[in-house]
Design a protein around this ligand. Structure first.
Ligand SMILES: [Zn+2]
Ligand SMILES: [Zn+2]
Ligand SMILES: [Zn+2]
Length: 244
């Protein structure tokens, strides 16, 4: 399995782990101390999952204020970048030149490279078909991820078999040779990011439960805010894009 976009340092070629906090925009190679981009290595989707969890943590710190401004709480949520990266071949509706039609539900328009004119994606593929394709993509990604959790994976460097923890990690360190292994080299990165988001949201909820034992009403409000914001962000990214 290739790991050409993995945690191989672009400066010195050594294998270096990602930072635990994916929201730091850059991190240093453990060997040559060169500066590396977190998003380029961890994937935009995982970074956006952490940004959304950070937003929820801030809201959960003051759930009554978040509830009082629920519209703003939802609107200011960072976008979850878990959409499809795939395209389908099409022809421009104006000049008939070939165009790449994005299957990411959050993208509504495309611009023809030949004539420069904009057109709606739904002039090429219906919202219903795109939605169906995206559901199939997400289900396939989740199944591959579940298989990875169940079976573990072989280290690309030494071949040693490693278990994959179900904790939303984006990488693991080989227990035999200490190489950093990126899970997105083995399964779709948006499936990893969805699980990372789920684990992050559960962690915020569990922390609330611990801190606020006996303050049932506040917890109830906080959990309601979390649900609304997460659903809002997922819907904005994936489900309602075809509208207007
Ligand atoms: Zn380096
Ligand atoms: Zn055109
Ligand atoms: Zn290894």
């Amino acid at each position: 399995m290739s790991s050409d976009r993995g945690v191989t340092c672009s400066a010195c070629g050594a294998t270096t782990p990602l930072p635990d906090d994916l929201l730091v925009p850059t991190f240093a190679c453990a060997f040559c101390h060169g500066t590396l981009s977190t998003a380029a290595h961890a994937g935009e989707a995982a970074v956006s999952a952490d940004a959304l969890v950070g937003h929820i943590e801030r809201l959960a710190a003051d759930p009554k204020a978040a509830m009082a401004n629920l519209d703003e709480s939802v609107r200011s949520a960072p976008r979850f970048e878990g959409g499809s990266r795939e395209h389908r071949e099409g022809t421009c509706v104006h000049c008939r030149a070939p165009v790449a039609v994005p299957l990411d539900l959050a993208v509504r328009e495309l611009t023809c490279g030949a004539c420069g004119r904009a057109q709606f994606v739904r002039e090429h593929i219906s919202d219903e078909e795109r939605f169906r394709l995206d559901m199939a993509r997400q289900v396939a990604g989740n199944e591959a991820y579940e298989r990875l959790l169940a079976e573990g994976l072989a280290c690309p460097k030494c071949g040693g078999h490693n278990p994959v923890p179900d904790d939303g990690s984006v990488q693991l360190i080989c227990k035999f040779c200490r190489a950093a292994i990126l899970l997105s080299d083995h399964v779709d990165e948006s499936a990893i990011a969805r699980h990372r988001l789920k684990h992050g949201v559960y962690a915020v909820r569990d922390e609330l439960m611990r801190q606020q034992q006996g303050r049932q009403r506040t917890i109830g409000i906080a959990v309601a805010v979390i649900v609304v914001v997460v659903l809002g962000a997922l819907i904005a990214a994936n489900l309602l894009a075809g509208g207007s």
